[in-house]
Write a protein that binds this ligand. Structure first.
Ligand code: NAP
Length: 252
């Protein structure tokens, strides 16, 4: 269904799984990441599946470099799907009440402004063509701040809100925006936090859910449904009880 697809954060975890799931003959994948070794490996797999790949080893905080690469990719392969997936997470350090400002800024620069810097150049071109699809990888943490991860939760909530606000104007230009809010996925990111492995979904399964949802033009994909229900039910509880349950769920 999509021919020319850009995926950021394709060198690891969910992004790599998404690249593998979209790889097929006739598809051109623009794969971005910082780690050249891992990104080359993902690209090699996608080629074996019959896709053509173009890789870019760059940091999405380098906005000019990112813009130039996206524009030149789009010149040759008009982008019909961009998946803004790259992201980082950092916990509040032990024995500290809050995150260091440098960590807050890093998470916002990658998870929020980095996503906008990725999507913006593609959106401009899509608007001209009056067609295209944008998938934003937010998080279930966008619905409720997660204890120990304040900047991560806030950056993902900001992302969800930003693209909800853009969705109607984009729809008027025949551009679909799909905001993806997964719960825990089994990826290297989760080795850095202390989420229970019982809560985690396999990355390939998550990629299949996202691919199917994007193809069906779903405006919001929050999964698994049981976790979404849990978050919604939490909001009905007294606030302090909700805080306590989430804090315990995070294994602390
Ligand atoms: N895992 C979960 O439970 C979970 C749940 C909900 C949402 N998400 C979201 O899913 C997305 C993918 O996460 P993941 O779990 O797959 O984590 P991951 O395995 O750590 O992968 C993160 C990816 O983002 C890339 N990245 C990070 N900072 C970057 C930067 N400044 N410039 C360019 N690329 C950068 C990394 O590239 P390099 O490795 O090459 O540096 C890597 O490919 C993130 O947005 C995350 O917030 C994850």
């Amino acid at each position: 269904m999509f021919n020319n697809i850009v995926i950021t954060g394709a060198s690891s975890g969910l992004g790599a799984a998404l690249a593998r799931s979209f790889a097929a003959p006739g598809v051109v994948l623009g794969l971005l990441g910082r780690n050249s070794e891992r990104l080359t490996e993902v690209s090699g797999f996608c080629k074996q599946m019959g896709a053509a790949t173009k890789t870019a080893f760059l940091d999405i905080r380098h906005r000019e470099q990112l813009n130039d690469w996206l524009v030149s990719f789009d010149d040759k392969y008009p982008i019909d799907l961009v998946i803004a997936n790259a992201g980082i997470i950092a916990a509040v350090p032990k024995n500290q009440p809050d995150q260091p400002m440098s960590s807050v800024l890093d998470q916002f620069e990658i998870n929020f402004t980095g996503v906008i810097a990725t999507v913006n150049p593609a959106l401009l071109r899509m608007r001209g063509r009056k067609m295209g699809t944008v998938a934003i990888i937010s998080s279930m943490a966008a619905f409720r701040g997660i204890p120990l991860f304040p900047a991560y939760s806030a950056s993902k909530a900001a992302l969800k809100s930003y693209y909800e606000a853009l969705r109607p104007t984009c729809a008027a230009d025949n551009i679909d925006i799909c905001i993806v809010c997964p719960s825990y996925i089994d990826t290297p990111m989760n080795n850095k936090n202390n989420s229970s492995s019982l809560l985690r979904m396999d990355a390939d399964k998550a990629a299949r859910i996202i691919k199917s949802g994007v193809e069906k033009k779903k405006p919001l994909l929050a999964f698994p449904y049981t976790h979404l229900l849990g978050i919604r039910l939490l909001s009905l509880l007294p606030v302090k009880l909700g805080d306590w349950i989430l804090y315990k769920t995070m294994g602390s």
